[in-house]
Design a protein around this ligand. Sequence first.
Ligand code: ATP
Ligand code: MG
Length: 720
Amino acid sequence: MDVTSILDKLNAAQEEAVTSDRQHLLVLAGAGSGKTRVLVHRIAWKIQVDNISPYSILAVTFTNKAAREMRERIDELMGMSLRGMWVGTFHGLAHRLLKAHWKDVKLPENFQILDSDDQLRLVKRVMRSMDLDEQRWPPKQAQWWINGQKDEGLRAAHIQETGDPHMATMLRIYREYEEVCNRLGVIDFAELLLRALELWRDHPAVLDHYQQRFQHILVDEFQDTNAVQYAWLRLLAGKVSGVTAVGDDDQSIYGWRGAKVENILHYERNYPDTHTVKLEQNYRSTSNILTAANAVISKNAERMGKSLWTDSGEGEPIALYAAFNEHDEARYIADRLQSWVNQGNLREDSAILYRSNAQSRVLEAALLQADIPYRIYGGQRFYERLEIKNALSYLRMMMNCHDDVAFERVVNVPPRGIGDRTVETIRALAREDQISMWRASEKIVTEKRMPGRAINAVAVFLELINEMSGQLEELELYEQAENAIQRSGLIEMHKREKGERGQARVENLEELVGACRNFEAEDKDLPILPQFLDQVALDSGDGQADEDQDAVQLMTLHSAKGLEFPLVFIAGVEENLFPHKMSLDEPGRLEEERRLAYVGITRAMQKLYLTFAESRSIYGTESFNSVSRFVRDIPKDVIEEVRLQNTISRPTSYAGSGSMHSDSGDETGFSLGQGVNHQVYGEGVILNFEGNGPRARVHVRFAEVGTKILILASANLMAL
Ligand code: ATP
Ligand code: MG
């Protein structure tokens, strides 16, 4: 039998893993060492050499895209298309099982899956029926709590009360929520996994069937499995099936979502007969990139310890660009991308990675301006995000209260007691009288056409919008946006959400205020708000690049796991942004950030750019962060500081102390901390100098208007 296509292009350790005939196999290895490749080749090997049926294989990947790629790779290796093999994500596989066994798990045949927003709406409904005050018990928190329990495999009935009143309430909500879900026949994401676990646990005959069938179970990205997923795997594997798990403890980045890297340790304990293989050669990246990645991750204390090397040559140095601000950073990236394409490369071989969703807005703007098609992987474009659409709807209502689409969107967001029935009454009246929903609401309120409570709630909404639009004339655009997110209660609503998602939404909303601050009206004589909204509509009208269009990929560092690109940019490598400010006080979270940096760096094959901005307005405020500690951990000899002529003329000294560094300003006649007066902005204090000569800039914090960056030569500052 010719197995060269399978064993060709495998090193000795990889071959050992692929061909191992021990029942269980654990491949524990660093990034780019061929773990995913081993998984794919092992499947091909089992089918072709061990003659097992594809029907007896179940492979778990991290994304649906990875599942598709895995199938394609196997088909390619085998030279034919295979059927019957199950390849998918944990959620996808669980869904498939439940579809087949809906009766056993007491679901209706056409059960519906709730996405996270649907789930939240349902939690709220449940809480309302229990007369729980949403201010005191934020529904998001309840949702987070419920999902956390499910991720641990716990139903309400399993949970012991401890006497803690907070927990008692959460538990009551969980109980009630479970009941409503069962009654409605709906199922959330965490429930998919839990229900699939219970299917095994409570139905021995079903479990037996699948245990007989899936003799070979293979799991990629094993370090990010949570408790339920691991329990599910263990039950399925039973005593007979073979389990192949591949993973990297250094790439465990979903601890905040319940993933347990300890599962790797448990695995070796649970399956004593495991053959463990370590892969140490990296095939993905140049040695410069690898040196950087190794240096960064070596600072973590909690590691299983692996070494990684490559013989692919040094390659180009890692470029480090210190931008003036986020716009300069985005322009620089767009410019580098353009020359990459001009050299005959494909855009899709490049990626821009960032820590926070909100960073994409400025990057998107620069790419749009440079006419570079882009795609946001695993996410939405800035202006299409739910919280941003809500905030824009408030702005639209402030401008024109007869905008029915905006009205519908925010009339009860955040919740203010205007239920579906009330909205339906408003809608019906609007239809009947051919008036806007706003007018219909006014009519309903003045003519008292509904019960008192509903009328009050609608009146409050009308009042809110009236008040906000009454101030349009007096306020700057960014203040209007602040109003839209603050007074409406939108930002408060997301602040009460727990976890990264709520945090990201808050950041995005603040970023919208930042966008407004920077927006320049084309026609200064016309009101600015409509001009801003038009621009936004135009920008979002461009849509993402088509499926088959060559486009650069934008994504968060989290969603880049498992992927690789010849050219990678990591934008915003600054303290407080990456590592994220929320992680700075907790060693555990800081280690997770560091692993995320390791994941990011190791996505790059040929060339890596790290960029940071000396001043950045993000989340609506201006900040001056020093370069990330992760950059400072990279040995200097693999980094090349890039400086564009005439932009930054002083060294960025990234390996320095980490405090904000600055030119002395000696020749300017001013000094740091000095009080100054500006004709328009009034009194302020000098925070920093940038550059020399005619382009030298000065950062001044003004008492009235906050921090501004001014060109020294033309700012006409007076010393105080
Ligand atoms: P990650 O930890 O990021 O998921 P990984 O360990 O799964 O990485 P792979 O994606 O399987 O690594 O492999 C990284 C790259 O190296 C891929 O482009 C793969 O095709 C290539 N590669 C792996 N092994 C070899 C080999 N023996 N010879 C040549 N190329 C290889
Ligand atoms: Mg992989």
